[in-house]
Ligand binder design. Sequence first.
Ligand code: SAM
Ligand code: SF4
Length: 340
Amino acid sequence: MKTKTEIKAPVLTDRYGRVHDYVRISVTDKCNLRCVYCMPAEGLPFFPDEKVLSCAEIIQLTKNLARMGVTKVRLTGGEPLLRTDILEIIAGIAAIPEIQDISVTTNGLALKRLAKPLYEAGLKRLNISLDTFDPERYKEMTRGGNLKRVLAGIEAASALPFEKIKLNTVIIHGQNDHEMADFLRYTFEHAVNIRFIEFMPIGQNDQDWQAKYVGIEQAFAVCRANGWDYQPITLSGNGPSENFQIAGAVGSFGLIHPISCSFCENCNRLRITADGCLKSCLYWDDEDSIRASIGDFAAFEQRVQQILANKPENHQMALDQQDQVKNKKPTWRHMSQIGG
Ligand code: SAM
Ligand code: SF4
């Protein structure tokens, strides 16, 4: 366990006073699913291998960011467990003294095989995406996924001493919103944190995304309809999620509602894409490549500070704001090309 004294003073502060100590690194844009809210049905052209950051580059850029005050890292994708060198990447990052927390977001398909090696490589926390308990619906929502494999992965991970496992559940109107009660019930006997996530219009060119959107504070109405008492709780982690526990449950649930309740004023995140661009905000198309400077700390630091200096104050995902902004463009990337 690393001690607090090893943490450097935070230096990544933007013009709104927000301190950035958390980086989400997309280690690949490739994926073995095509989730309806994340990728178009026809898929996306993947970056050629040489465009994707190598294991050595990912570790070095994390070392650089650690010197600048970053203490928490999440690996994402695409599907991060498709990288054949994912264990080396995790071990390399876990060995950086300043890094206090390393986690992965995964669709869970490879977890049965990889949960133990990931833990042994130094992984602390896992978020597993799961939007339904119905095998047919899972196949539809992921365009081909096998629910059994994910459930086996969750079971394998649950048997290991990871810090709390979180399940990411994106709620889509007419697809899985009627399953919120099933997810909440799951927390009665499973020591996981179910994170209901609002559908976000990232890379969604179609204008009908609002029809898919559900405000996830609906979870409270579901609790009340079932006579379940719930209380706010505090959970460790980096997320903007507000957490609650139903009386008597061993697990808990969290709400991530970027649309109905923006959390930009406390944003502490940087995002690195698989092709080496730094994004200061998930929503906007502001980004710049940091790849060429990874081996030169002074140049790297200058580049990161430049990008951070222009970090937008907030996103404009809210339903009533989207058409108001004419002078800025939302990102061209789909969610699988950023990592969420
Ligand atoms: N493949 C991994 C997975 O699915 O967990 C990691 C990458 S995925 C892009 C990261 C997270 O973003 C997942 O939990 C996914 O459910 C979420 N996500 C993808 N598209 C989204 C959208 N349009 N709105 C909200 N969350 C989304
Ligand atoms: Fe792949 Fe994850 Fe996107 Fe689903 S949410 S398509 S698993 S990157």
